[in-house]
Write a new protein. Structure first.
Lengths: 375, 524
């Protein structure tokens, strides 16, 4: 199938590998970056905390939480773009890594509830309900924030590394890879739905009281989480940008466009793919860990295959292979989702479905492609 | 009531002191009297006990009366008593007497001419029969012609005889138990081998040896039964998977199109069946049992039409871009789900089985094969055969195989690949509709029906490999049977997880599935 590359791909291929080092961001890019960083890290928190609720410029708690949540999604979209947009690997299991990060953080949050649960026990309510006497071994040390934070990175990272190593080593790619990642997240969803797995079954974790000693619903904590998410998002963007402008990024793009040729040139695609795949999973884990304290709940439905496919559409709507585009896509699609599901809930699926179809048919380069095409 | 009509003529045959014991005696005396009545087996025994059970027996002084509709009959003399004597007392029965009474009535009913009555009585006796019933049961076993009732009675007899002081009787009973097809015999035989404080419960070693033999025979039979039912439910699950995945195997194999809306095409077929069912119920209630015959082609056409529209309007533009196709078809699936929700509501709808599908074949005592499952297995086999004939014996099949193997070469030889694509996609979608029709008979029909099958069907296709019907069949059957066996061992959820993990590992070893088309492509 790959015997003869279309000429334009071949040219692009040569260009990608031989292109000179590109700057991290253009001058205009840095200007935009600074403005966005100022808005996220200074303006919104100030408008929320300092202005009274009646003030026209006041940013409500609802908006802060919603924006914080969508920023977590934007990190996921960014991670998805790294693996799909740049390496051409469509993962339908990124919701799994997101949820695993969320569960790792959730374990810490559950343990910091202390004895304030319904049963006033040291154990979380669901364990009391199951008549468990002690924490299972995998819950040990999770009452320490730093250990939980380490799990947030390690669990998705190690899982992705092991899974990716075997998958990429056997040169599984394309739709096969997509489908087995889907099976992976589906299997984990079934596993987490079981009560005996020790993660709260259907209900997952909820009713968190505090994080690092601060009450979790207090305005100050919310804004702090928002800012932390903003920092993570901007940091992830810079990191991703640094990767795709480096030689590593160019090899990745080359693998996407013509894997066999890259191999014939003497590169081993395994390591490149594995690196970016694992990194992508870790980013998702971090996003999940930031998401859970802001939304206040994590349950196995986050691992449903449908959720993971939605991540792909954020990326596609924004424009694959642009980094900024998928972040934009996450905002557009999730903003539309919050609006639709409140205004006309029955039309949301029509809208989402049409979005999937129209974007793939008419906007292969996404919104960003549209904007750049106009200019 | 038959019993009260008979009682006038029959009651006299029973000794008067027994009747008095039954009505006036202490509980102990009542129990003995019941046993004596059964052992005697007189003509009026059944009606007397029945009247006692129904609370029709009353006492006035030392006279025993049966009072029914304000007419009293003296149970000793059989004479009608006018007017009703006052005061009267009801006969009080405690639970023990009541239980004995029930088994006694059952034992007496064994002589009934009606097969259903005898069967019910035999089943009642299974729940607990006393030694006193033994003569009645023995008589019944000797006379009984019906095999099912006879085996039930033999089991009851053996249960009682196990407690007999006579060694040969006990051994005979144990042998009879070994031949029984009832799964409960195991619990009867096991206690014989127990020890109580160093001594065997059963003192005689010959009897113990016999019991051990019998137990082994019973256990073997139970294990065989379990094995059969597990294999059967595995094949049944495999047929469902096969139906769900077959269409996918054709569309994916032919066009490399990952159709995420495949599950929703199954759902369309199920809803088409639902609509046909409703039409039959409204306009042809007499022919309701035949609605499935009409539903099969309707489901096929509904899904095939949906599929062809999708192919012409969306998928055609995405050939050669599998990942984009995946996303676009996912979008289609969302739209189909929401459309069905809008048309039929978000709740599950009721699809009734035709009458001939209820019930099943009793293969062994612990193995019942439901007709609905047998029908689905047969249906899946028929569909596979038809598809195989279509692919190997027709011109369209030749084209489809040609395009699957080498699209550009087929095109160069004059095969209208575009039209073949449309037909093949319609065919694959139609098979999904057939799967929906079959699934509607055994599961819930709701808007989310398709979502629950999509991962499974993909697993079948991935495992079976692309482009070969046989691969899909083997993969579906293998997954179905493996699933059922793992389920018995580890529970349903863990079994499913284990299979998913197995497939993920399997793909590492054989990325092309079990049966791959041989070719020379570097990237496939």
């Amino acid at each position: 199938m790959n015997a003869a590359l279309p000429p334009q791909v071949a040219t692009e291929f040569r260009r990608t590998l031989a292109a000179p080092e590109r700057p991290l961001l253009t001058r205009g890019g840095w200007a935009t970056f600074t403005v966005v960083a100022y808005v996220l890290l200074v303006l919104v928190p100030a408008l929320n905390l300092l202005l009274p609720a009646s003030h026209p410029l006041h940013v409500s708690d609802y908006v802060v939480t919603l924006a914080g949540k969508i920023m977590c999604y934007a990190i996921v979209a960014l991670a998805m773009d790294l693996i799909w947009g740049y390496a051409g690997i469509l993962s339908l299991g990124h919701g799994l890594f997101f949820a695993l990060g969320g569960y790792a953080m959730g374990m810490y949050l559950m343990r910091s509830i202390g004895r304030e649960g319904v049963y006033h026990s040291d154990l979380p309510d669901f364990m009391v309900f199951l008549d468990w006497k002690t924490y299972p071994w995998y819950w040990s040390f999770t009452d320490h924030f730093w250990y939980a934070a380490m799990l947030v990175v390690l669990v998705p990272g190690v899982l992705a590394f092991v899974f990716g190593y075997f998958a990429f080593r056997s040169r599984i790619k394309g739709v096969y890879f997509s489908i087995i990642t889907q099976a992976l997240t589906y299997a984990f969803m079934l596993l987490f739905f079981r009560n005996d797995t020790g993660f709260g079954g259907n209900n997952g974790f909820t009713d968190f009281k505090r994080i690092l000693g601060y009450p979790i619903a207090a305005p100050g904590t919310r804004v702090a989480l928002f800012v932390a998410t903003g920092v993570a998002l901007l940091g992830a963007l810079l990191l991703a940008r640094w990767i795709v402008t480096s030689k590593l990024g160019r090899v990745l793009t080359a693998i996407r466009d013509a894997e066999s040729r890259v191999m014939f040139c003497g590169y081993s695609p395994l390591h490149y793919k594995l690196f970016v795949w694992t990194l992508s999973a870790v980013l998702c884990g971090i996003a999940g860990a930031l998401y859970v304290p802001q939304v206040g709940i994590i349950n196995p439905s986050e691992m449903s295959p449908a959720n993971s496919i939605e991540i792909a559409i954020w990326t596609a709507v924004g424009g694959r292979g642009t980094l900024v585009g998928p972040m934009l896509g996450a905002f557009v699609v999730n903003g539309a989702k919050s609006w639709f599901t409140q205004a006309f809930p029955e039309y949301w699926l029509y809208f989402l479905g049409l979005l999937f179809i129209l974007v793939t048919l008419f906007l292969p380069r996404g919104v960003i492609g549209l904007l750049r095409g106009r200019r | 009531m038959l019993s009260s009509a008979l009682c006038l003529s029959g009651a006299q045959a029973i000794a008067p002191e027994l009747v008095r014991d039954l009505a006036l005696g202490e509980n102990e005396a009542k129990v003995k009297a019941i046993a004596a009545v059964v052992a005697g087996g007189e003509a009026g025994a059944l009606s007397l006990l029945q009247a006692l059970q129904d609370g029709e027996v009353q006492t006035a002084g030392d006279r025993v009366l049966q009072v029914k509709d304000n007419v009293a009959t003296d149970l000793v003399t059989g004479a009608a008593v006018q007017p009703l004597p006052e005061p009267r007392d009801e006969v009080v029965l405690n639970n023990r007497v009541r239980r004995d009474l029930a088994t006694a009535i059952a034992a007496l009913k064994l002589t009934s001419d009606d097969r259903a009555t005898r069967l019910a009585a035999a089943k009642e006796l299974q729940r607990g029969a006393d030694d006193e019933m033994l003569p009645a049961i023995r008589r019944a076993v000797d006379k009984e012609q019906d095999a099912e009732i006879r085996s039930l009675l033999t089991l009851s007899r053996a249960t009682i005889e196990l407690g007999s002081p006579d060694k040969t009787t006990r051994i005979g009973a144990i042998r009879a138990l070994a031949e029984s097809r009832d799964p409960n015999t195991k619990t009867l035989l096991l206690p014989l081998l127990d020890r109580k404080g160093g001594d065997f419960v059963e003192p005689d070693s010959d009897v113990r040896a016999e019991a051990e033999l019998s137990l082994r025979a019973v256990e073997n039979r139970l294990a065989t039964g379990e094995m059969i039912s597990r294999v059967f439910s595995g094949i049944s699950l495999g047929s469902i998977l096969l139906l769900a995945a077959l269409g996918l195997a054709i569309t994916y194999g032919l066009m490399g199109v990952i159709n995420m809306a495949h599950g929703e095409l199954i759902m369309v077929g199920a809803y088409a069946t639902y609509v046909v069912q409703n039409l039959f119920r409204s306009y042809a209630p007499g022919a309701f049992d035949g609605y499935l015959i009409a539903a099969v082609p309707v489901a096929f056409l509904a899904s095939a039409a949906t599929g062809i529209v999708l192919e012409r309007s969306v998928i055609r533009f995405l050939y050669g871009r599998p990942l984009e196709t995946l996303l676009a078809t996912w979008g289609i699936s969302l739209i189909l789900i929401q459309t069905v929700r809008t048309l039929f509501g978000a709740q599950n709808v009721q699809v009734e089985n035709p009458a001939w599908m209820s019930g099943g074949v009793h293969l062994l005592s612990n193995v019942v094969l439901p007709y609905s499952r047998i029908a689905i297995i047969g249906f899946a086999a028929a569909v596979v055969t038809l598809i195989w004939l279509l692919l190997t014996r027709t011109r369209l099949g030749l084209f489809v195989r040609g395009v699957t193997q080498n699209r550009s070469m087929a095109s160069a030889l004059g095969v209208p690949t575009g039209r073949v694509d449309t037909y093949a996609f319609g065919l694959g979608s139609g098979i999904a509709g057939l799967a929906g029709c079959a699934l509607s008979q055994i599961g819930n029909v709701g808007p989310d029906l398709g979502q629950s099958y999509i991962v499974d069907s993909f697993m079948v296709v991935v495992l079976g490999g692309v482009g070969q019907l046989a691969g899909t069949v083997y993969a579906a059957m293998g997954l179905g049977i493996a699933n059922k066996f793992l389920e018995a061992w580890s529970g349903a959820v863990l079994a499913k997880i284990a299979l998913l993990v197995f497939i993920i590992v399997f793909i590492q070893k054989r990325p092309q599935g079990l049966f791959a088309l041989k070719g020379r492509m570097a990237d496939a």
